[in-house]
Write a protein that binds this ligand. Structure first.
Ligand SMILES: Nc1ncnc2c1ncn2[C@@H]1O[C@H](COP(=O)(O)OP(=O)(O)OP(=O)(O)O)[C@@H](O)[C@H]1O
Length: 255
């Protein structure tokens, strides 16, 4: 569905990404994991279309990406909500921009809020919400326009450990129920191993993909196993330690 082919990116002539090749098939949850500065956000900005692709090509459903579009829903670390609008009107924003009438967009937004566990919070203002609730609004907004692909940039980075785990569980349920392709960026190793159906490891200097692993812990959660049971499973711990060792090896190589 998403294909990144031989993509490189530069800032002021300096390579930030080098020859990135990545595919995301329908229904996959791809997590891109790497240390700060390896180019994760740059890659995401190319896929969202916020940055133009100058070397290589990115296509979604066969069409080259040439700018931002409603086929990609984006969730940021700092959720980017409008403080003067209430919850339901924040979620409805994308629908408003494409001309959906007020009744229909509020109905759709209300349904999305239910899916993210915020039923009853429609009339609240953003400043009345906790960090976790704001991220739920951000996810509902990104999904409201029914995008082909959901893109998330460090969405749970600012949350406490308990809320973070709740949000990981929510994301996996939404993934299971919607069947959407998801691409998530993180530097949290446990989060990456738990969520990913495909885990892509990146190295810095310039940013490259070093490894791709197929994992099934997120699918196990989606099929009904508990998060705690999965995260304490020796198979999960072994995979987490393997990824950790790869990240440390790369750090040593670049320090
Ligand atoms: N606007 C910019 N101008 C110049 N250099 C930039 C710009 N944005 C990013 N870079 C550089 O490009 C490289 C990749 O940055 P990027 O933000 O994509 O990495 P990242 O992996 O997302 O990091 P983090 O996890 O800290 O957000 C870094 O060396 C960074 O300094």
């Amino acid at each position: 569905m998403l294909a990144v082919n031989h993509v490189s990116a530069r800032y002021h002539g300096q390579l930030a990404l080098q020859d990135i090749n990545l595919t995301l098939n329908a229904g996959e949850l791809v997590v891109v994991l790497g240390p700060s500065g390896c180019g994760k956000t740059t890659l995401l900005n190319l896929i969202t279309g916020f940055l133009p692709t100058e070397e290589g090509q990115i296509t979604l459903a066969g069409e080259p990406i040439s700018g931002p579009g409603a086929d990609r829903g984006v969730v940021f670390q700092h959720e980017g909500l409008l403080p003067w609008r209430n919850v339901v009107d924040n979620v409805a924003l994308g629908l408003q921009l494409v001309g959906v009438d007020v009744k229909t967009r509020r109905e759709k937004a209300g349904r999305m809020l239910k899916k993210v566990g915020l039923e009853g919070a429609e009339k609240r203002f953003i400043w009345q919400l906790s960090g976790g609730m704001r991220q739920r609004v951000g996810i509902a907004r990104a999904l409201a326009a029914d995008p082909k692909l959901l893109l998330l940039d460090e969405p749970f980075g600012a949350l406490d450990a308990f809320t973070r785990e709740q949000m990981q569980e929510l994301l996996l349920r939404l993934w299971r129920d919607s069947g959407k392709g998801i691409l998530l960026i993180t530097h949290d190793i446990e989060e990456a191993v738990f969520l990913a159906s495909e885990l892509v490891l990146m190295t810095p200097g310039p940013g490259r993909i070093s490894e791709r692993l197929t994992l099934d812990f997120g699918r196990r959660f989606a099929a009904g196993e508990s998060c705690r049971a999965i995260k304490s499973d020796p198979a999960f711990i072994a995979q987490r330690e393997y990824v950790l060792s790869r990240v440390f090896q790369q750090r040593e190589a670049f320090s």
